[in-house]
Design a protein around this ligand. Structure first.
Ligand SMILES: [Fe+2]
Length: 294
């Protein structure tokens, strides 16, 4: 149905033909993209610019939209007019490059830690779609790591140990790590932690994968230091070069990633240069774990 080719990295696929993002998808086309996502975890579409309304229309074809972190922390602070659009830019409301002290810049920096979008909530994020509007002259790439391959490469002893382990994911853990604790009691109470198995399974393929990242701060039934060190070790393991695809952005790119099977991080760039990426995200509202207590 679509023409595809592998990405130039550890995993992922590019759709090179047969798709126009501005034309409504047929159910068969949506099912095919879901299949490509289940099997490849990253799908790239190049040179198909969208405005924000077109991007929302495109994304809604894949499920209900997520607001993630923005619903409490960054609401109303960006040039974007919709709460469902994640503004991965360094621009303030007036469209100018934001001051270094702006909360937006902290969000930019927090995005440079390995994470799965909205793993701190239930339901978490399923697909994130990042669309490139304007890029800096250097840096600002996004890296993705394959949590399926990372799980497969664990020693059997560690796989046995992790079986049944549950991690706590907390939205502000990454912010605290970066030295930002300027949150009100109300803001903290508005984002309670969520709990997820450390090892999950893609229900469509049956393939196991790790589910970790910077939002994970402890493991149930273990002391905080012991659990946190295991999570840090797993993150170090999962982010070795052989598991990574690194994306260099071109205007008009849309990269879709599966937040269940991958982690990602932005890379450094000159914060004085304007940079604009737009993220829309679907909720994983059919995850088997939603039956579990939160
Ligand atoms: Fe992200």
């Amino acid at each position: 149905m679509f023409e595809t080719r592998p990405l130039n990295g550890a995993f992922g696929v590019e759709i090179t033909g047969g798709l126009d993002v501005l034309t409504p998808l047929t159910p068969a086309q949506i099912a095919e993209i879901d299949r490509l996502m289940d099997e490849n975890a990253l799908v790239l579409i190049r040179n198909q610019p969208m405005d924000v309304d077109q991007q929302l229309t495109w994304t809604r074809q894949f499920g209900p939209l997520d607001q993630g972190f923005k619903k409490v922390i960054a609401k109303g602070s960006t040039p974007q007019k919709y709460d469902e659009v994640g503004d991965i830019s360094n621009l303030s409301k007036d469209g100018q490059v934001a001051a270094r002290t702006d909360k937006r810049i902290l969000n930019n920096i927090a995005n440079q830690l390995w994470h799965s979008d909205s793993s701190f909530q239930k339901p978490a994020a399923k697909y994130s779609m990042l669309h490139s509007v304007r890029n800096p002259s250097w840096g600002g790439e996004t890296e993705y790591t394959d949590l399926r391959a990372a799980y497969d490469a664990l020693p059997d002893r560690m796989k046995d140990f992790l079986d049944g382990k549950i991690a706590e994911h907390f939205a502000l853990h990454s912010r605290f790590l970066l030295g930002d604790d300027s949150y009100s009691t109300e803001q903290i109470a508005a984002i309670p932690p969520a709990h997820w198995p450390v090892v999950r399974e893609n229900p469509a393929t049956g393939r196991k994968h790790l589910f970790i990242g910077v939002h994970a701060r402890s493991i149930e039934g273990m002391t905080v230091p012991e659990g946190r060190m295991i999570l840090m070790d797993l993150l170090e393991h999962a982010t070795q070069p052989q598991f990574i695809y690194r994306h260099e952005w071109e205007v008009g790119d849309t990269l879709i990633w599966d937040n269940r099977q991958t982690l990602h991080r932005g890379r450094h760039y000159d914060l004085d240069e304007p940079r604009e990426l737009r993220r829309t995200t679907t909720l994983d509202d059919r995850a088997p774990e939603l039956e579990m207590a939160s």
